[in-house]
Unconditional design. Structure first.
Length: 400
């Protein structure tokens, strides 16, 4: 859609909530076909709303509740409200510069912690939507500018307390995991950022390699590996040009109620243990712990024993408080052989199970095929090498 002088007024005055209620059962394609002879300027944008809104209610519910406008691309690239809220709690200050405004979910969250935000995006049409959204959300301390990060940095002399960058990583047909492949390229604008701000917070792909980040960003101060449910959702890096004595990596699991569970490299005190239980428990570390490289330290912190090095599995006689991962009660441990496992599965009447493996020479699908197992159910079968290097199967059920 081409931008027009009256577009902002049109966006603000249009009753999007009523439109969505009246057309909620229509597919975007059907709406466009039915509107082909209608010259309303908003038709293609309204079709996008019909496509995006069913997904957006879980990811950014406040934006849905206030009947905000989306584009498909900006929605896909936007942070969830949950992760945006987590980021906004990390650093507070007076002024923030967002080099990659996008849909503005992070700006909205940061606006509760900063007095003034300047948000940049070269997409003039998207910016008109975003300014309308901020009005609907009651946010008045964000200034969205129609300009690229490179152009703004070249011209500005203003100082900021924090710069935030979530570079566009969807370049071409693939997704980029390196700083130099993002748009804007942080490595090319880092010196300009350094001149106007002491700290930069970078949002990176969940697939980025932490060793690469440490090498590429010598002034990194802290890395957060942020998980939601069972997956790593993003990696955050704080680059601090002020003298710092300590670098830290923190694994985080965020929840719907915005209360994070965390573990970091500087968290060395062992948890207070509950009384040992007669049952033995099996644990699998969360992906944020694994990606952070903190599996060994976290097991020690929780008073658990590694099942074997590099397996990210643990054994213990208690369930740690707020364990970052999955916990199971062990039913049986079996020294692995095809005949022994088959015999056990027949005796235990197990025809359906959740099969996982780490540090084991066979693939999961191979194991399911070998033992003719269907997916799912209440039984969990873990295959790994134990501390003696012997192949082992553990049958377990989830703890409550």
């Amino acid at each position: 859609m081409n931008t027009t002088p009256g577009l902002s007024e049109l966006l603000s005055s249009f009753d999007l909530e009523l439109f969505l209620t009246q057309n909620k059962h229509k597919a975007a394609e059907d709406f466009l076909l039915g509107s082909k002879d209608n010259t309303k300027e908003l038709n293609s944008l309204l079709a996008e709303q019909l496509s995006v809104y069913p997904k957006a209610k879980n990811k950014i519910p406040t934006f849905v509740e206030k009947a905000c406008w989306f584009t498909s691309k900006s929605y896909e690239q936007a942070s969830s409200e949950t992760s945006a809220f987590f980021k906004s709690q990390l650093i507070k200050g007076r002024t923030l510069l967002d080099l990659s405004g996008g849909l503005g979910v992070d700006d909205w969250a940061f606006s509760k912690q900063f007095e003034k935000i300047i948000s940049l995006d070269p997409d003039v049409f998207l910016n008109q939507l975003v300014r309308t959204n901020f009005q609907k959300l009651g946010v008045n301390n964000i200034r969205r500018l129609d300009i690229s990060a490179e152009e703004f940095l070249q011209a500005t002399k203003e100082k900021f307390d924090l710069i935030f960058l979530d570079a566009d990583r969807r370049i071409g047909q693939g997704k980029a995991f390196f700083l130099e492949n993002g748009k804007p390229n942080f490595l090319e604008i880092e010196n300009q950022c350094k001149q106007i701000c002491p700290r930069v917070l970078l949002k990176m792909s969940p697939m980025v390699d932490l060793s690469y980040l440490k090498k590429a960003l010598p002034f990194w101060s802290k890395i957060w590996v942020v998980g939601y449910k069972s997956e790593v959702k993003e990696v955050l890096v704080l680059v601090d040009y002020q003298p710092t004595t300590q670098q830290e990596i923190e694994a985080v699991i965020i929840s719907e109620n915005h209360t994070p569970i965390t573990f970091s490299t500087n968290q060395n005190k062992t948890q207070d243990m509950s009384e040992p239980n007669a049952s033995e428990y099996f644990f699998e570390a969360h992906s944020s712990i694994i990606k952070s490289g903190l599996s060994d330290e976290y097991g020690k912190f929780c008073g658990l024993d590694l099942f074997t090095k590099n397996s990210h599995y643990y054994l213990g006689h208690h369930i740690p408080e707020n364990f970052m991962g999955r916990s199971f009660r062990i039913i049986q441990k079996i020294a692995f052989s095809k005949s022994k496992v088959k015999e056990y599965l027949v005796q235990a009447k197990i025809e359906q199970a959740n099969v996982s493996k780490r540090n084991f020479p066979m693939q999961t699908e191979e194991l399911k095929s070998l033992f003719k197992l269907k997916d799912g159910g209440d039984n969990y079968l873990f295959f790994s090498l134990n501390n003696e290097g012997k192949k082992t199967m553990i049958h377990a059920v989830k703890t409550n």
